[in-house]
Design a protein around this ligand. Structure first.
Ligand SMILES: [Zn+2]
Length: 136
């Protein structure tokens, strides 16, 4: 399998931030392990991916299910998706999640948190302090 989109995404992101920040925020995400089995698709290391993201597993799961237009089952460490979903599509959606809900809009650091202001959720960067609205 050829190069994986989010690795280049993260490499590019690291290029743009000062070295001390990028080293503090050094972030490696495991390569998704995807199996097609019968009429279902298994993302075997879902929990490791979510752990590396420091995000709520249900939020990531719902995003993937909605974006992929399928249904599924969440187990302790893996998720099962109905139907045969091409691994490339799953990876694209994981990248989309990272871009939407993790990377800072300003400095692209992955070191961000959700905060609530009035009724709006914001993604706040721990590296540069920038915020942007997110729809949770
Ligand atoms: Zn930032």
């Amino acid at each position: 399998m050829s190069g994986f989109d989010y690795e280049s995404l993260l490499d590019r992101a690291r290029d743009r931030i000062p070295k001390d920040i990028s080293e503090r925020a050094r972030w490696t995400m495991p390569e998704p392990e995807i199996l097609l089995e019968g009429n279902q698709t298994i993302l075997r290391n879902f929990s490791s991916i979510v752990d590396s993201m420091d995000r709520d597993a249900n939020h990531v799961y719902q995003f993937l299910i909605n974006e992929l237009g399928t249904s599924g089952t969440q187990e302790s460490t893996r998720i099962l998706l109905k139907g045969r979903v091409p691994p490339k599509r799953i990876k694209e959606k994981i990248v989309a999640y990272v871009k939407t809900f993790i990377l800072c809009g300003q400095c692209k650091a992955p070191d961000t948190r959700f905060i609530k202001e009035d009724r709006t959720y914001l993604l706040k960067c721990q590296a540069c302090g920038a915020t942007r609205p997110v729809r949770l």
